[in-house]
Write a protein that binds this ligand. Structure first.
Ligand code: ATR
Length: 279
C-alpha cells in the first residue's frame, strides 16, 4: 500500500506537517507521501475538494481557514469533531470521508509526556486563555480527560461562556476577563495560552503579564513560532515549568497518523528535531 496523505488550508506552503508525516511514514516503514494542497481564498473550495476526492487521498489534514467549512462535505463526524465544531483530520474509508479533531487529544498527550503527575489530581486548577477554535478543542480535551476545574479568560466574555457550555455537569468553570485573570494567576496549576497573540511576526505581543504566576505552575503556549514565545520566556523567568507549542503540534499529528494508518509511531524522540527544523 502507498499512503496518499496531505494537507488543505491557506497559507500552508511553510507548514511543518509534511516534515512530520514523512518522518512518521519512514519510522513506521510505510510507503507514501504527504502533499500540500493550498486552497487560496479566491479558489472554488468545492471544486478543489472534488479534485481531492478524485485523487483518492487516504486521508488529509485540514487547517486554517477551512476547519469549519469542510464539515458539510463530510459523510460522518466523530464525537470530538462534533462537539468542537471543527475538523482537522479527514480519513477516507470505502470512499466515505470521516472527520476528526485531534487537537484536544494531541494536547493531552503532550501534557502526559511532560507532566504526567498533573493527571493524579483531576481537580487541579486549569486556566485557558482565549476562547477561539483552539480553546474549544482544548477545553473539550481537558474535560474529557477528566479535569473538573477548567476556567476561561477572554477579552470577549460571551465567547468564553459558549465554550463553558460544552462542560459536563461535574465541570466547574469560571469565566473572567484577561485583567481579572492576571491578578489570580498564582491560583492555577496549569495555564494554557490558546490564542495566536505572540506569534511571529508579532513576537513582542503578550496577551497578559505573568507577573503573578507561581513557581509550581505549568505554563503552556500553543504558539510555536517562535519556539519560545515571550509568554513562555516570562514564565521561565518566574520559575514556572513550561510546555512548548511544537510539542502539541507533534502529538496532534501522531494521533492523525494513527487514524490513517492504525500505527502509533513514537514521537518523543522527534521533539528536538522539530525544534531544530523550526529554528
Ligand atoms: P482560533 O480558531 O485559531 O483559535 P479565533 O477563533 O480567531 O482563532 O480566536 C482567537 C482568540 O484570540 C480569541 O479568544 C480572541 O479574543 P476575542 O474572543 O475577544 O476576539 C483572541 N485574541 C486575538 N487577538 C487578541 C488580542 N489582541 N487581544 C486579546 N485577545 C485576542
Amino acid at each position: 500500500m502507498h499512503y496518499k496523505l496531505g494537507l488543505i488550508g491557506f497559507p500552508v506552503k511553510h507548514s511543518l506537517s509534511p516534515w512530520i508525516h514523512r518522518q512518521f511514514l519512514k519510522k513506521a516503514g510505510l510507503a507514501g507521501d504527504y502533499a500540500i494542497v493550498e486552497i487560496a481564498p479566491g479558489d472554488s473550495f468545492e471544486q478543489k475538494l472534488q479534485q481531492i476526492k478524485h485523487s483518492q487521498f487516504d486521508g488529509f489534514n485540514v487547517t486554517v481557514p477551512y476547519k469549519k467549512q469542510i464539515m458539510p462535505y463530510l459523510d460522518q463526524l466523530d464525537d470530538n469533531a462534533k462537539a468542537i465544531g471543527a475538523v482537522n483530520t479527514v480519513v477516507q474509508k470505502d470512499g466515505k470521508w470521516i472527520g476528526y479533531n485531534t487537537d484536544g487529544m494531541g494536547y493531552i498527550t503532550s501534557l502526559k509526556q511532560h507532566y504526567p503527575s498533573i493527571f493524579q489530581n483531576q481537580a487541579c486548577r486549569i486556566l485557558l486563555i482565549g476562547a477561539g477554535g483552539a480553546a474549544r478543542g482544548l477545553f473539550f480535551g481537558l474535560t474529557t480527560a477528566g479535569f473538573t476545574r477548567v476556567d476561561i479568560a477572554n477579552r470577549t466574555l460571551s465567547s468564553a461562556e459558549t465554550i463553558a457550555e460544552l462542560g459536563k455537569k461535574e465541570t466547574n468553570t469560571a469565566i473572567m476577563t484577561l485583567e481579572e485573570a492576571e491578578k489570580q494567576l498564582h491560583q492555577y496549576d496549569l495555564i494554557i495560552q490558546t490564542t495566536n497573540v505572540g506569534m511571529k511576526p508579532n513576537a513582542d505581543d503578550m496577551i497578559l503579564s505573568l507577573d503573578q504566576v507561581g513557581k509550581n505552575t505549568i505554563v503552556s503556549d500553543i504558539v510555536y513560532q517562535p519556539i519560545e514565545t515571550k509568554f513562555l520566556h516570562q514564565a521561565k523567568q518566574k520559575g514556572a515549568d513550561v510546555l512548548y507549542g511544537h510539542v502539541m503540534l507533534l502529538y496532534q499529528a501522531q494521533y492523525a497518523f494513527e487514524l490513517w494508518t492504525s500505527q502509533r509511531v513514537p514521537a518523543h524522540d522527534m521533539e528536538q528535531d522539530l525544534k531544530t527544523v523550526l529554528g
